[in-house]
Design a protein around this ligand. Structure first.
Ligand SMILES: Nc1ncnc2c1ncn2[C@@H]1O[C@H](COP(=O)(O)OP(=O)(O)OP(=O)(O)O)[C@@H](O)[C@H]1O
Ligand SMILES: CC(=O)N[C@H]1[C@@H]2OC[C@@H](O2)[C@@H](O)[C@@H]1O[C@H](C)C(=O)O
Length: 408
């Protein structure tokens, strides 16, 4: 089938995701039409709904490897689904309702493909917040569990946003890197649009985004603050370049793409190692934050120099880290030949791009179009992503009754 010939009608879709920062659920209500080269997405509403402190703590604990019973796992899975369903309900208030939800869920574990004692080569990735419950509670058909189909054929199951980046941000004038800086950083390299353009796209996880910075701020303020607003604290310090150089020797940064990572590698234990490495340098808190910011920036610049087929004209930042002005300034200094902008500056909301992407992935799933990009995930081919949970018959009114379903 030629996907550009698919006949489509504008569809109102909700995209939902909570990322590796575990700061809350990003919800985007969008109107989508077209299929790929003619794909059009209009953002109607975007909102972040923070998790309760209790649920956030449980998610972080599970993600950090704290042992829980199967009953507790089921309970957290459903608590997350309830919070996602509530977010879907809230984002529609005052707007025409949506007919489809694409829910990424909450990643609590991600293991890229590898060989172990069982000779396993497939990766493993677990996103909680089951789509069946979201469909049941909202009465809206929900696509979820997007990563598994790609993983099941040998891919990393991540990153998945690159195919959406390609059709929303591809440019015929020059090459672009779309750099997400969430908890983890990931890049999509888009060569200038032309023949065989899709197969030349490259994408991978660059390493830590804000994850180490957020953990360090929490540690330095005894839990009083959760992030370095605009990078002001780091900006008042001086990076220790010897440490950055030492940290950049780490294997992950030298692994050729396709590759993916998560808090399993760049989480609490990694920060503790960084703090230990920093001890001989007696850094003050501002210097430590400047040094960790430089690790994020340095890992991005290093991976562009090592793995991009050619340097792009622009870097378009998105994700919460795009608001870190110090980080943005440092990246521009390390990549002087490129213009460092945000996706906002080319018309795509930088805060809700991932939520928008999962709305598009659900829409593609419904149209029967593939969602992965083999050059990004390492999968041997394109594949349909996501499981479809049909809205329950006679449940149309459920979206008004969420609080009666134990989700209050
Ligand atoms: N004004 C700001 N200044 C500095 N940092 C900010 C600002 N606003 C948000 N952030 C950072 O962005 C983070 C959240 O980013 P985002 O929501 O993109 O992450 P995520 O989606 O959870 O992660 P991922 O993309 O890895 O899944 C916060 O934890 C914080 O570190
Ligand atoms: C397993 C997982 O949740 N990975 C996330 C994470 O956060 C950023 C980066 O690592 C990316 O690979 C991915 O998310 C985005 C949404 C993606 O799949 O494109």
């Amino acid at each position: 089938m030629d996907p550009t010939k698919t006949v489509t009608v504008p569809t109102r879709v909700i995209g939902l995701i909570s990322g590796t920062s575990v700061d809350g659920i990003d919800a985007a209500l969008v109107e989508i039409s077209g299929s790929d080269l003619d794909l059009q997405v209009g953002l109607i509403a975007g909102e972040t709904y923070p998790y309760t402190a209790e649920l956030r703590e449980k998610i972080l604990a599970v993600g950090a490897g704290v042992a829980i019973s199967m009953a507790e796992l089921a309970e957290i899975d459903d608590a997350i689904a309830c919070a996602f369903a509530q977010a879907a309900k809230n984002i529609q208030i005052g707007h025409q309702p949506a007919s489809l939800i694409g829910s990424h869920g909450q990643t609590v574990y991600h293991r890229p493909a590898h060989t172990d004692a069982f000779n396993t080569t497939l990766g493993y990735s677990l996103q909680l917040g089951r789509g069946a419950l979201i469909a049941h509670l909202t009465g809206i058909t929900t696509v979820s569990n997007f990563r598994n189909a790609d993983i099941n054929i040998g891919g990393h199951g991540a990153p998945l946003v690159p195919r959406v980046d390609a059709f929303l941000l591809g440019d015929s004038v020059g090459g672009r890197c779309i750099q997400n800086i969430g908890g983890i950083g990931n890049v999509t390299y888009l060569p200038p649009r032309g023949d065989d353009w899709l197969s030349q796209i490259r994408a991978w996880d660059t390493g830590p985004g804000n994850s180490l910075l957020d953990l360090a701020v929490e540690y330095l303020t005894d839990g009083g603050q959760s992030y370095d607003e605009n990078g002001n604290w780091a900006a008042s310090g001086v990076p220790c370049y010897s440490l950055v150089e030492q940290w950049l020797e780490q294997d992950y940064f030298h692994l050729p793409p396709p590759k993916s990572t998560g808090r399993e590698l760049f989480g609490v234990a990694y920060l503790h190692q960084c703090l230990q490495d920093a001890e001989p340098y007696q850094l003050n808190p501002a210097d430590l934050l400047a040094t960790l910011t430089e690790l994020t920036v340095g890992s991005i610049a290093h991976s562009y120099r090592s793995f991009l087929p050619q340097m792009p004209r622009q870097v378009l930042l998105c994700g919460g880290g795009s608001r870190n002005l110090y980080l943005k300034h440092r990246l521009q200094l390390l990549l002087p030949s490129l213009s460092v902008l945000t996706t906002d500056e080319v018309g795509l909301n930088a805060d809700f791009k991932e939520a928008i992407a999962f709305a598009v992935l659900a829409y593609w799933r419904q149209l029967g179009l593939p969602g992965n990009l083999p050059s990004a995930t390492g999968a041997p081919g394109e594949i349909l992503l996501g499981e479809i949970h049909l809205r329950a018959c006679g449940k149309e009114n459920l979206s008004n009754n969420l609080l009666d379903n134990g989700c209050g």
